[in-house]
Write a protein that binds this ligand. Structure first.
Ligand code: FAD
Length: 435
């Protein structure tokens, strides 16, 4: 039921796409709605989205700029972690990170949190709208993450989109995790299909890590089933080898298989080469920035003149192009540099961007020049479940002499991991969530 409701909410937001990214008029935005939180006198930073980026920005702003009024708006009651979720889905970890109550965190750190779904941003009036109220800001941090883009596979068929989200949850948004875990627990055999979408997408190695976990789980439980991995790309070399050598009976990996269409009712997925019938599925759809990016006119321009899929932003200071009152952080960001494209869509990086946006706003509030900072990314990926094997992918950034941002990526193989990923998650959670 919870998933059904959120699918409906997202569909409403997606409906604003038809506006072509232009700002909604104040009348349409509901200018006459009551002000939810009257100003406390202090200048206000409003943060939309309490994921890794938004929570980290809120915490850091409290430390750097105690004179500012910090308000976080989040539609869920509790934070949940996607990192570590693949192990948790198949019961391979005792270190499940339980949901963390936003109200408790906000109280511990001294900012305010409002549980509400933001429906529109009015940059002209510097106001944010929910269904019932409006809220003014001096600075806005948009940290609302991603949305799925089902259009390439399902067109604009709202019934098919709703059914796909409800019946075949991807587990790429935190509110889908419980439904996905129940699905796996109920799987008794047959063809379980999982799609790997074309990029850019959230944590691109996560579908392969999940495939290994599911393969191990099918094998060790003796389930007469197979994971059919329908991959838009060529896979990751290391995982391709592991699927072929260790999980030949459990994984059929179809590479360069672009999805043409999906029928969630007949359980058929059509690629350029095959028509695949499935018994159950995990549909990870193509991704785009949260719909608020398009509604607020913050998208990158696309070649066809329509708004692009991701947010345009100043790569050095993180503010919107032409609007230094709005900062953009986390997975919703588009291209950073012509040298490598977007930042990796990782929690670690979203957290760092939250800290940087907080430092930018704190400096501006004090009339000082913002400190130049670039983020870093760390990602722990399990490449096998028993014995556990791990890959750590680090990315660092520097500014070249010509002003462009350059990326360096390093991979470390760890054949005997000792819970480094859990330590990593716990230290960031301690910073963001006060536990
Ligand atoms: C399976 C999996 C494994 C992963 N493993 C790793 C890993 O090991 N390491 C790593 O670094 N990263 C990992 N990631 C990636 C990581 O989860 C994301 O990069 C991270 O969540 C991005 O943070 P964010 O703040 O941009 O978005 P999110 O964390 O998605 O936060 C966005 C928040 O905005 C809220 N929101 C959205 N719209 C609205 C609205 N209209 N009104 C109010 N609130 C709204 C949402 O409810 C959500 O809480 C993994 C991802 C997946 C799917």
């Amino acid at each position: 039921m919870a998933n059904f409701r959120s699918a409906g909410r997202r569909h409403f937001l997606c409906a604003s796409l038809g506006l072509g990214g232009a700002l909604l008029s104040p009348r349409v935005l509901g200018k006459s709605l009551p002000e939810l939180l009257p100003s406390a006198g202090a200048r206000r930073v409003l943060i939309v989205g309490g994921g890794w980026g938004g929570l980290s920005a809120a915490r850091r702003l409290r430390l750097l700029a105690p004179q500012l009024d910090v308000v976080l708006i989040e539609r869920e009651a509790a934070f949940r972690s996607l990192p570590l979720s693949n192990k948790w889905l198949v019961g391979r970890t005792d270190d499940a990170l339980p949901p963390q109550d936003y109200a408790r965190t906000a109280q511990a750190f001294g900012y305010r949190v409002i549980r509400a779904e933001v429906t529109a941003i009015d940059r002209e009036q510097r106001r944010v709208h929910t269904a019932q109220e409006t809220l003014g800001y001096d600075w806005l941090i948009l940290a609302a993450g991603i949305d799925y883009d089902y259009a390439p596979w399902l067109g604009d068929d709202a019934r098919a989109i709703e059914a796909t989200r409800r019946l075949y949850p991807a587990g790429f948004m935190a509110d889908e995790l419980d439904a996905l875990k129940r699905k796996l627990a109920a799987f008794k055999g047959g063809e379980l299909l999982m799609t790997v979408p074309p990029g850019p997408s959230r944590c691109p190695s996560a579908p392969y890590e999940r495939a290994v976990m599911i393969a191990w789980w099918l094998k060790t439980r003796g389930i007469k089933g197979r994971l059919v991995l329908v991959d838009a790309g060529g896979g990751m070399q290391r995982f391709n080898r592991i699927f072929a050598e260790r999980y030949r009976d459990q994984v059929l990996h179809l590479t360069h298989a672009a999805v043409k269409s999906l029928d969630p009712f007949r359980k058929v997925l059509v690629t350029e080469f095959d028509e695949l019938k499935f018994d159950d599925a995990i549909i990870i759809a193509p991704q785009q920035a949260n719909a608020l990016v398009r509604q607020a006119g913050l998208s990158e321009p696309a070649a066809n003149g329509k708004p692009g899929a991701w947010a345009a932003f100043d790569p050095l200071h993180l503010h919107a192009i032409g609007d230094e009152r709005v900062f953009l952080i986390g997975d919703l960001l588009g291209r950073v540099s012509p040298l490598f494209g977007p930042y990796p869509k990782s929690a670690h990086l979203a957290c760092h961007l939250g800290r940087i946006a907080a430092a930018e706003i704190a400096a501006r509030a004090q009339g000082k020049p913002p400190p130049p900072q670039l983020p870093e990314s760390v990602c722990h990926v399990y490449t096998d479940a028993e014995p556990m094997e791990m890959l750590r992918i680090d990315a660092s950034y520097r500014r070249r002499g010509d002003g462009l941002i350059a990326q360096t990526v390093r991979q470390h193989e760890d054949p005997q991991p000792r819970g480094e990923d859990v330590q990593w998650a716990r230290s960031l959670h301690a910073e963001m969530l006060a536990f």
